[in-house]
Design a protein around this ligand. Structure first.
Ligand code: NAP
Length: 275
């Protein structure tokens, strides 16, 4: 396994926590690295059984083996979340294996940057498909069992880009605004069912996705990768990137039984960037 993931999961596991999610099955999309892997680690720490979904099976299998050592049941499903049939099958397989998911974390996403003039229809559709349509499809598959059970947590990992504009990422920003809109509308629609629907909006977070942004900035400006990373961090009031574990902790908070009255919210984890 990627040593970065291993270190991050390891640090989460060193803290003990009441297993308040024991017996709950959580599905995390985009679980193999970055924010998704940290969320999987946090939910395992809280005692949830897990289905981890992404496209590349190798890191998923490694992470499942690591998290399984903490005493929860962990399985993985390989699916491209932009392939609605493959995603539906992965969710059906998950329900057959561990029971209907009570927690769905729509985390899989990607950020491609381009000036609007070079945002062609294919790029536009890729961003809407992976960041928005995937959450619609997964939620549509998972929600009926949650409402029938009278308990559920749907958490959409949006972005500060779901709340404000950024240049050169119009398709990503539009998709994440759409994800926030879906969150708010569905939260109201299911408010009386015991299912909460919330969005988390991280700022720049220290993951492989940001490494790609760093490489992009470095390539375009002539800065070194360290300088490009420092440029991103300097734009933040705390002068730093967000850690994936900080996003994961917010997911754990929203999954708690005591968070039942929190729905339709956007929880910003951005070290002051959006204030
Ligand atoms: P990352 O490091 O690039 O990880 C993305 C994860 O999603 C991987 O597990 C990847 O695995 C999976 N994935 C990507 N495309 C997929 C697809 N089509 N089908 C299935 N799985 C797919 O990204 P991250 O930084 O952790 O970001 C996670 C989420 O947080 C995204 O929604 C992102 O928009 C959001 N976010 C990130 C930041 C940031 O600064 N990093 C800030 C705000 C919001 P495979 O490649 O194996 O499929």
């Amino acid at each position: 396994m990627d040593s970065v993931i291993s270190a991050k999961i390891g640090s989460a596991e060193t803290e003990t926590a009441p297993r308040i999610l024991a017996g709950r099955h959580a599905v995390v999309t985009g679980a193999s690295r970055g924010i998704g892997a940290a969320i999987a680690g946090e939910l395992a720490r809280l005692g949830a059984d897990l289905t981890l979904i992404a496209r590349n099976p190798t890191p998923l299998r490694d992470l499942a083996a690591t998290l399984g050592k903490s005493g929860v049941k962990v399985r993985h499903g390989v699916a491209d979340v932009t392939d609605e049939a493959a995603l539906a099958k992965a969710l059906a397989d998950a329900a057959s294996a561990f029971g209907a998911p009570a927690i769905l974390i729509n985390n899989a996403g990607a950020a491609e940057s381009a000036p609007f003039a070079r945002t062609d229809p294919a790029l536009w559709r890729r961003m809407i498909d992976v960041n928005l349509n995937s959450a619609y499809a997964a939620t549509r598959a998972a929600l009926p069992a949650m409402t029938a059970a009278g308990w559920g947590r749907i958490i959409n990992i949006a972005s500060t880009a779901g709340l404000k504009g950024y240049a050169y990422v119009s398709a990503y920003v539009a998709a994440k605004h759409g994800l926030v809109g879906l969150t708010r509308a569905l939260a109201i629609e299911v408010a009386k069912t015991g299912v909460t629907v919330n969005a988390i909006c991280p700022g720049y977070t220290d993951t492989p996705m940001v490494e790609a942004a760093v490489a992009n900035i470095a390539g375009k400006t002539g800065q070194s990768p360290d300088e490009a990373r420092a440029t991103l961090a300097a734009a933040n009031p705390m002068g730093r990137l967000i850690r994936p574990e900080e996003v994961a902790a917010a997911v754990g908070f929203l999954c708690r039984p005591a968070s039942a009255a929190i729905t339709g919210e956007t929880l910003v984890i951005a070290a002051g960037e959006s204030v």
